[in-house]
Design a protein. Structure first.
Length: 264
């Protein structure tokens, strides 16, 4: 069984990071949350509706309310041009053509895809990273209340990763969207997540404030994860200065400790 005994409540507007080793159940969790797969037992509810209930009771989420970007979103591109692909979601929601176009172009810009350069291209002529941006733009263009993103930064270069995380933070702040992001990079999680969930063999191994869990290098190591660079630097500084140093250091605080070290 891919997941068992997982119980969690997600509040509107939360930014949740989901992590854990390969095969721990992260993608399965997102698919259940999206109502894509019915749970073998137990329930998934969104906004008072039961999602993915078995057989006749099966209910889909309200159209456009939940946006899921799969782990290999490039497999989901199927239109003949990039613009048509990004527009597909908003058009399917029944938006007027002008509004769908405006949303699609805004989402492309936010993913670093200049419409003048990319709109008319075939998705199949793009690089993997570009295809991934197109797929994410397609999800963002629907402006869902809940965004479920399965390793959205995989295959992106560091600058684009930073941009994407910044964009997600903006979407969350501006629209109050709930965002659940799967990832393995704890520096990214330190920037993005307010709550962190660690899965192990399909079970919840930890679920709590991201700042506390990310500062626990032993816990992270036990799940095959590496603490954020700031946490590792803090541990090195504490050892060198032989006194405690706060667990999640800001860059400014780290610089201050390094100056102290230089003076020792
Ligand atoms: N349709 C299925 N039938 C049987 N087992 C499955 C199915 N889908 C997933 N699993 C199993 O469930 C477990 C969790 O899979 P899942 O894809 O959720 O892992 P993950 O944490 O997303 O891994 P990764 O980091 O590789 O993406 C794995 O052991 C997988 O083999
Ligand atoms: Mg996965």
């Amino acid at each position: 069984m891919a997941l068992s005994d997982v119980s969690l409540a997600i509040r509107p507007g939360e930014r949740i990071g989901v992590t854990g080793a390969v095969g721990s159940g992260k993608s399965t969790l997102l698919e259940l949350l999206a109502g894509l797969k019915p749970p073998a037992s137990g329930r998934v509810r969104h906004d008072g509706r039961e999602l993915g209930g078995r057989r006749r009771r099966r209910v889909k989420p309200r159209p456009g309310s939940i946006g899921l970007a799969l782990q290999s979103p490039e497999n989901c591109l199927f239109e003949s041009t990039v613009l048509a692909d990004v527009e597909f979601g908003p058009r399917n929601l029944g938006l007027a053509a002008g509004e769908a176009r405006a949303r699609a172009e805004a989402a492309m810009v936010s993913m670093g895809l200049a419409p003048a350069r990319f709109s008319r291209r075939s998705p199949w002529s793009l690089s993997t990273g570009e295809q991934r941006r197109v797929a994410l733009a397609g999800v963002l263009a629907m402006r869902p209340e809940v965004l479920l993103l399965d390793e959205p930064t995989a295959h992106l270069d560091p600058a684009t990763r930073q941009e994407l995380i910044g964009r997600l933070l903006e979407v969350n702040a501006d629209t109050g969207a709930t965002i659940v992001m799967v990832g393995h990079d704890m520096d990214e999680m330190a920037r993005f997540a307010e709550r962190l969930i660690i899965l192990e063999d399909g079970r919840l191994a930890a679920d709590g404030p991201a700042a506390a869990l990310l500062a626990d290098a032993d816990l992270l190591r036990a799940h095959g994860l590496e603490a954020p660079a700031t946490v590792r630097l803090g541990m090195m500084l504490a050892a060198a200065l032989q006194r405690p140093v706060p667990a999640l250091l800001s860059e400014a605080a780290a610089a201050g400790y390094l100056r102290q070290l230089a003076e020792v």
